[in-house]
Write a new protein. Structure first.
Length: 412
């Protein structure tokens, strides 16, 4: 019983019948050729000519680049289950429809045109053969039911039908079963051929891979932006609140609350900008903070009690945009790391712009409550990743009895 249900399952799927229709439409080209050629008293040789006659025309049509796109879109719609169908999904919760593997782009090379021509010929001949078989098997089923009035010699059926009798209706399932098997098999062949002949070319696959890589890099950048900005604001707020509570000084508390408010406002602006990126409505990249606004970071660290000795040399305002923006985030994370792990300790910051590179160097006393590992967390790892993406290098860890974050970014 279970095996029978599995055999009948394809007949319950809408895609089985859309594949049938898709192939029958392709076979209409041969039918048009037959009408032009004439089918009255056509011999087997005539039918062979009719079947092969449209092939050169179809192959010529495939030379039009847009034809590949049209066939790809039709194949996606008619040969593969829709997004609502269970078989179109991977079975994993939250996972969308499976990519059918059929390209929707126009032909970009002669190889694509050749594959499109082969696909059109396959669809043409397979559809014509399935159409003839469908007409014959449906006609045979009607003949077994006795609903046709034509004489056996004039009914157009290739196979002789049995003499009309009461028991002949018992043979009715045979042509219907044969038709079902042919429809399912032809649909499977068409689907496999579409994947092979209309599938993405190597150039399209490479372009898709590059686009996916760009998306992953953008997600990674957004995650770093959120980590650096929000992490810095929360660290400043926590340190300020703890210091205000310990000081029990109304004046100091007012300054701490003012610093928390300013840092929180900056973090909200960064969060809003990142959310606009996720909504594909991002403001231009030049609106992101740069090293020209480094004083804001240094002052924020000073408000929590850190003694920041900063020295900036060189034309910081003339730095290339990507270098200046990433340098700002690296400095922000370095200061956040100091406040989070060492507290309000003396910090020495050096920002130097030379002819061909930007150098960032942040040093602070090592915290006594934990033993340094030299590895750091995700923030320090983000500093190293930012440097590598710009072709530079960065190191973090203990050096000469201090914790040091050192980065060098090329300007070209």
């Amino acid at each position: 019983m279970i095996r029978m249900i599995r055999l009948l399952r394809p007949l319950t799927r809408a895609v089985t019948y859309t594949r049938w229709l898709h192939l029958l439409v392709g076979g209409l080209v041969v039918l048009a050729a037959a009408t032009i050629h004439g089918v009255e008293s056509a011999t087997a040789r005539d039918w062979l000519v009719i079947t092969l006659l449209p092939i050169p025309f179809v192959a010529a049509v495939a030379l039009v680049p847009a034809m590949r796109r049209a066939e790809g879109l039709q194949a996606r719609l008619m040969l593969f289950p829709g997004a609502h169908a269970p078989e179109a999904r991977t079975g994993d919760p939250g996972v969308g429809p499976v990519d059918p593997g059929v390209s929707g782009a126009p032909s970009a090379s002669w190889r694509d045109r050749g594959r499109t021509a082969v696909w059109l010929v396959v669809r043409l001949e397979l559809g014509w053969g399935l159409g003839v078989a469908s007409v014959q098997l449906i006609g045979y089923a009607l003949a077994l039911l006795g609903t046709t009035s034509e004489a056996p010699d004039d009914d157009g059926l290739f196979l002789p039908r049995p003499e009309q009798a009461a028991w002949s209706a018992l043979l009715l399932p045979l042509p219907l079963i044969c038709l079902s098997v042919l429809v399912v098999a032809a649909g499977g062949v068409a689907t496999a051929a579409a994947r092979s002949l209309l599938g993405p070319s190597p150039t399209e696959r490479l372009a898709a891979l590059e686009e996916r890589t760009e998306q992953l890099l953008e997600r990674n950048r957004i995650a770093r932006e959120l980590h650096d900005s929000i992490g810095h604001a929360l660290t400043v707020a926590v340190v300020q609140a703890g210091a205000a509570r310990a000081a029990a000084d109304p004046a100091f508390t007012d300054r701490a609350l003012e610093a928390i408010e300013e840092t929180g406002r900056d973090a909200l602006e960064d969060l809003e900008r990142v959310l606009r990126v996720l909504r594909e409505d991002a403001e231009p990249a030049h609106r992101r903070p740069t090293l020209a606004a480094a004083d804001r970071l240094l002052e924020s660290a000073r408000t929590v009690g850190a003694k920041v000795d900063a020295e900036v040399s060189g034309p910081v305002d003339d730095l290339p945009g990507p270098v200046s923006r990433e340098g700002y985030r690296m400095l922000q994370e370095a200061l956040t790391n100091v406040l989070r792990h060492a507290g309000p300790v003396p910090v020495r910051v050096r920002v130097a712009v030379a002819e061909d590179r930007l150098t960032l160097d942040v040093r602070n006393a090592l915290p006594h409550r934990t033993a340094p590992t030299g590895r750091g967390g995700s923030g320090l790892r983000g500093i190293r990743e930012r440097a590598v993406l710009l072709g530079g290098r960065a190191s973090t860890g203990p050096a000469d009895g201090e914790w040091r974050v050192h980065a060098e970014l090329p300007l070209r």
